[in-house]
Design a protein around this ligand. Structure first.
Ligand code: PMP
Length: 354
């Protein structure tokens, strides 16, 4: 037997939230949108010309890039699209984090960042959030090879005001700062206006949350043209055809329907604000989330036990075992009002059981 294993790249992969096969469950574990995609998407999918599938799709996905650029008042050269924000973030890590100095990200954050860093052999340093799970801008004023953080952060939901985001970008002009705005559409202020002033800013967004299209896999980066060109060069050195024909067409339909997008996110934000009150009444505490999820803890409950009891009752939420200081928290996606009512019915009974 040879030692070929010594030459293998070994990684500990990211573990995505569970996608249960069971019917009739309440799925509040992966921050999906409880409402369907825009009516135009549904229509276009039914009318899709399948003969187009014989051909390779447009490698530049120009239709979708143009639609996104128009939506944000940017030039098409400022937009990079990919297969969900996981794909565009991975490509951004590969392109932008090419230094021997460590990149910086928070200790409690999206748990894919350290996986990409390890996979791509990018040195990194985690910066602890403060005791209230807040990201402190001044902690990011140290030598580094790049910075990435979500705003709002995940899984805490905490939103950083734009001036504090700007402070980080401004004090790190020699590296790329990636602001992962997967959840920005639920009441946050995007860093988009800062693109004019800072060429080291790169914003990542997704169709998976506010546009109800997690299953279609569309994500995008917004940045200056030079930087987007560098990212495209890496993409074309890896896989030219990342976006399939269906995703390009459906993505355009989703972007076009601004009214539907606004009404969906309004409903989710209303349900979230109501849910905050319900959780408080039941003795839970949480930070002031501005995303489509709440990160809650209860002084009398063991989070892992509650997670399992909820699961047995057909209600799926997310529990992270690491890091230690979030072990007693649950991340709960905002579903429809009816789904949340069923969650609260369960929790009210659960309280009586203790
Ligand atoms: N960033 C953050 C902070 C997330 O929580 C997620 C969702 N798992 C993503 C990026 C990736 O989302 P997607 O690949 O579906 O666009």
């Amino acid at each position: 037997m040879g030692n070929w294993e010594d030459n293998i790249r070994k990684v500990t992969p990211y573990v995505p939230g569970e996608q249960p096969k069971k019917e009739n469950i309440i799925k509040l574990n992966t921050n999906e949108n409880p409402y369907p995609p825009a009516p135009g998407v549904v229509r276009a999918l039914k009318e899709m010309d399948t003969d187009l599938l014989r051909r390779y799709p447009d490698p530049s996905a120009a239709l979708l890039v143009d639609a996104i650029a128009e939506n944000y008042g940017l030039k098409p050269g400022q937009v990079f699209v990919g297969v969900g924000s996981d794909d565009v973030l991975a490509m951004a890590f590969l392109t932008c984090f090419n230094s021997d100095k460590p990149i910086l990200f928070p200790d409690i954050t999206y748990s894919f960042y350290d996986v990409w860093a390890k996979l791509l052999r990018i040195p990194y340093e985690v910066i602890p959030l403060d005791k209230d799970f807040r990201l402190v801008s001044s902690d990011y004023k140290r030598e580094n090879g790049g910075i990435v953080f979500p705003n709002p952060n995940a899984p805490t939901g905490e939103l950083k005001p734009l001036d504090e985001v700007e402070e980080i970008i401004k004090s790190n002009r020699d590296v790329i700062v990636i602001v992962d705005e997967a959840y920005i559409d639920f009441g946050g202020e995007s860093a988009l206006p800062l693109l004019k002033s800072y060429d080291n800013l790169l914003i990542a967004q997704t169709f998976s949350k506010s546009r109800s299209m997690a299953g279609m896999r569309i994500g995008y980066l917004l940045g200056n043209e030079k930087l987007i060109k560098f990212i495209n060069d890496c993409k074309y050195s890896f896989n030219s055809y990342t976006m399939n024909q269906t995703a390009i067409v459906m993505g355009v339909e989703a972007v076009k329907d601004r009214e539907y997008f606004l009404s969906c996110r309004e409903k989710i934000m209303d349900t979230r604000e109501w849910a905050k009150k319900e959780f408080l009444n039941l003795g839970f505490s949480f930070g002031d989330s501005m995303s489509n999820f709440l990160f809650v803890t209860h002084p009398s409950y063991d989070a892992e036990e509650l997670f399992e009891d909820l699961r047995d009752a057909g209600i799926y939420v997310r529990h992270f075992k690491k890091p230690e200081r979030i072990k007693n928290y649950l991340r709960i996606t905002i579903g429809t009002r009816e789904e949340m009512e069923r969650l609260f019915d369960f929790l009210k009974q659960y309280k009586n059981k203790q």
